[in-house]
Design a protein around this ligand. Structure first.
Ligand code: MG
Length: 380
């Protein structure tokens, strides 16, 4: 098997290469945003036919670094779309942010199977992506641990017939500020926000996890991927991150997928699906794990979650507004321009004040996203 990996220097990208190393999966192409040092190491180890750096100002650097090889070097959005549409069998999209949307659509047009870890793609462009994937009969296999869990629970059922699902239980670690109230949330620091109790992840998703926006985006993803209504998704705080999500069926059976929190499990499942292969993660010992707890999230303090529910009920482009406002607010927080609690406020305000297009096209998704970013940056 051969894959194209977009976002190879990030947390998911590195763990994907771990899985490829173990199972001898070939790499056709690798892409990073700007980390050409890591890209050079990876290119020398995996010897892909193409590499791409998204930030065009690094094109010269990577060209020099790989001058002694025959690897073809591409750059920019065009380069990213070009490698996504190579006939590679599978594209693993581990890009963080909206930049992942167009390569996903390119991969679908080419008929490449997609292992999707880029949640902003489905959050911002889910309607469009799922529609094209259905038309082109392209399979989208989720990599996110929760959606992989749901996907695994649904094996053996007809994917186009969600009527047997009664509800989806989407679990959440609770993030860094579990148990905090509104007042206490006003005192937190960036260092605290960048600490997740169970999962080691990139900065954006760790902050999203602390605001619970991560769960909000995942709720939208679940609606798109599995064709259920937003009301059918129940978010539960599960501090131990052992149950990665569950499905309740119409007969009352609940099937859950469990395991130690290790992203290499869902990544590997996406790469080997529908088969299973020997895994690299530690084994789950339920006796050592002890009690598993489940509770309702505090949606009065963590307002991003109800905002996401509202957006998905309104329609696709409201989700694009929500997602873009969040990307802009998190960026401002990471640049020390705003306090943590303002992320939720700005996202909610953007959702109220930025008028989203009713018509879903790539153009309107980007227009509405840009309007949301502008709104947030003006309101900082
Ligand atoms: Mg997740």
């Amino acid at each position: 098997m051969e894959i194209t990996l977009l976002g190879s220097s990030g947390s998911i990208g590195l763990q994907t290469l771990d899985v490829c190393r173990k199972h001898r999966i070939w790499i056709k192409a690798l892409a990073v945003k700007s980390d050409v040092r890591t890209l050079e190491f990876q290119a020398r180890e995996f010897n892909p036919r193409y590499v791409c750096v998204y930030d065009t100002s690094y094109y010269g650097h990577i060209k020099t670094r790989l001058a002694d090889t025959s690897i073809e070097i591409l750059c920019g959005k065009e380069g990213l779309c070009e490698i996504a549409s190579l006939g590679s069998g599978m594209v693993v999209n581990a890009i963080v942010g909206m930049e992942g949307l167009e390569p996903t659509l390119e991969a679908i047009e080419r008929g490449n199977k997609i292992a999707l870890a880029n949640k902003e793609t489905l959050a911002a462009g889910g309607e469009l992506v799922m529609k094209r994937a259905k038309e082109k009969r392209v399979e989208i296999i989720p990599v996110d641990s929760e959606h992989s869990a749901i996907f695994q629970c649904l094996q053996g059922h007809n994917k186009n017939e969600p009527s047997f699902i009664s509800k989806i239980i989407l679990t959440a670690s609770g993030g860094a500020f579990y148990g905090y109230d509104k007042e206490r949330l006003k005192t937190v620091t960036k260092e605290q926000a960048l600490h997740n109790p169970n999962w080691k992840m990139g900065e954006k998703v760790t902050v999203d996890s602390a605001t619970l926006m991560n769960k909000g985006l995942e709720l939208i993803e679940a609606v798109r991927l599995f064709g259920v209504k937003p009301e059918q998704i129940e978010v539960m705080i599960h501090r131990q991150s052992i149950v990665h999500s569950a499905v309740e069926f119409i007969d009352g059976s609940v099937i859950a997928q469990m395991g130690v929190p290790d992203m290499r499990v869902p990544i590997q499942y996406a790469l080997t699906y529908p088969k299973r292969a020997v895994g690299m993660a530690e084994r789950l010992s339920l006796t050592q794990t002890g009690n598993l707890t489940f509770e309702k999230p505090d949606e009065e303090t963590f307002i991003c979650l109800p905002a996401a529910r509202k957006a998905v009920s309104e329609g696709n482009n409201a989700c694009a507004v929500l997602n873009a406002a969040n990307e802009a607010a998190v960026k401002a927080f990471l640049e020390n321009k705003i306090e943590f609690f303002r992320i939720g406020e700005l996202v909610s305000l953007a959702l109220e004040n930025v008028k989203a297009n009713k018509k879903v096209t790539l153009k309107t998704i980007f227009e509405d996203s840009a309007a949301a970013v502008e709104y947030v940056n003006k309101s900082l």
